[in-house]
Unconditional design. Structure first.
Length: 109
């Protein structure tokens, strides 16, 4: 095990710790303010609803070359990936529209 492996494992550890802390710390802070926790919960619920809509809109087709050994892609996994992609596209379009509306309202004022 050389220095590259050690640094790679340290990076993995720090990424996991950072992810856990970025989720847990705001939850602990929002226990003082239940309205803030409810707003966050509604945001997460909205994202979950959007994901399920996008999941059911996406197809589950798998090309024969991806069914084999290196990929082992199933129709369910294909639909899950498609749902994530469609959700990414929808959120990107919503973000671009929000930026456009914000800039237009700032320009009018």
């Amino acid at each position: 095990m050389d220095a590259y492996d050690i640094m790679l494992y340290a990076t993995y550890l720090l990424a996991v710790v950072g992810t856990i802390l970025s989720i847990v710390m705001p939850l602990l802070k929002s226990l003082d303010d239940p309205k803030g926790l409810m707003k966050s919960g509604l945001g997460v619920l909205g994202l979950a609803v959007l994901f399920f809509i996008c999941y059911f809109l996406s197809g589950n087709e798998v090309l024969p070359k991806f069914e084999g050994a290196p990929f082992n892609l199933t129709p369910g996994l294909s639909q899950l990936i498609g749902g994530m992609l469609v959700m990414t596209y929808v959120l990107s379009i919503i973000t671009m529209l929000a930026i456009l509306v914000t800039e237009l309202t700032k320009a009018v004022k």
